[in-house]
Design a protein. Structure first.
Length: 256
């Protein structure tokens, strides 16, 4: 009971607690500071009904349920989560950068061990992937080629390579398979397989000045498999420069 201007005013517990920044937990029934409650915009006062301690205890007792729920939610909302994460990172770019920098300074030894572990795991997975998928090497080649071209143009590669090219993995693999176990389309001397061939851009990438041109020259109709020797000798040549050299090689004439 409070007295204001000589008159008695009844103030209930909820209003009194609100005035002095206190709140009663609906679970443990203890009155605590608002700092001990998680924020929740859906609630009238903007805070969760349960205090942080009770929430922590409840989640600990039901850990398996929360792990299974989180796993299922991520599986069902993969695209939604990806879009949200990209948007959040874009809006909070400086904040995240500062937090990451501070974390690395405070955990230098741990970060070093994680980098080593990550590199070893990544190399092991790639080795297994190359062994199980003979065309995986070409996916790496096209990714490295795109990354190099973006760097040359002063641009940043933000999309996975095949997504940037506008094709699926199946379309990419099917296109390359048609060149395998056949003579090299240039010299005709070598039977092409997954290990003695390279991806050749019919119109070379070095002429690109814009991102749209990089995308256009990485369409399937500009890609083919040739033997490593032909790919190395052709290098940055156009077809009208390369074909006369091929013709001389076929006829046995030395290239001057």
């Amino acid at each position: 009971m409070l007295t204001l201007n000589g008159g008695e005013v009844l103030v209930n517990e909820h209003k009194r607690n609100k005035m002095i920044n206190l709140k009663q937990c609906s679970r443990c029934k203890k009155t605590k500071s608002l700092y001990q409650f998680h924020k929740n915009k859906s609630k009238k006062d903007g805070y969760n009904h349960y205090c942080k301690e009770c929430v922590k205890e409840y989640k600990k007792k039901n850990k398996k349920y929360y792990l299974d729920y989180a796993k299922q939610y991520k599986k069902n909302n993969k695209e939604k989560i990806t879009i949200y994460n990209r948007k959040y990172k874009k809006i909070n770019k400086e904040k995240i950068k500062k937090q990451n920098k501070q974390y690395r300074l405070n955990n230098q030894e741990k970060c070093r061990e994680l980098r080593i572990s990550y590199k070893e795991t990544k190399n092991k997975k790639r080795k297994e992937h190359r062994h199980n998928d003979k065309l995986f090497r070409f996916q790496e080649r096209i990714s490295n080629s795109l990354r190099k071209q973006f760097n040359n143009l002063g641009l940043k590669k933000t999309l996975p390579s095949l997504e940037f090219m506008g094709i699926t993995l199946e379309e990419f693999n099917n296109h390359l398979v048609q060149f395998l176990n056949k003579p090299c389309v240039d010299c005709g001397n070598i039977i092409i397989n997954e290990y003695n061939s390279e991806i050749d851009h019919i119109i070379p990438l070095w002429i690109c000045l814009y991102e749209s041109e990089v995308r256009a020259l990485n369409q399937l109709d500009n890609l083919r498999l040739v033997c490593k020797k032909c790919n190395g000798e052709k290098h940055k040549m156009f077809t009208d420069e390369w074909f006369p050299i091929l013709e001389k090689r076929r006829t046995g004439n030395k290239i001057k």
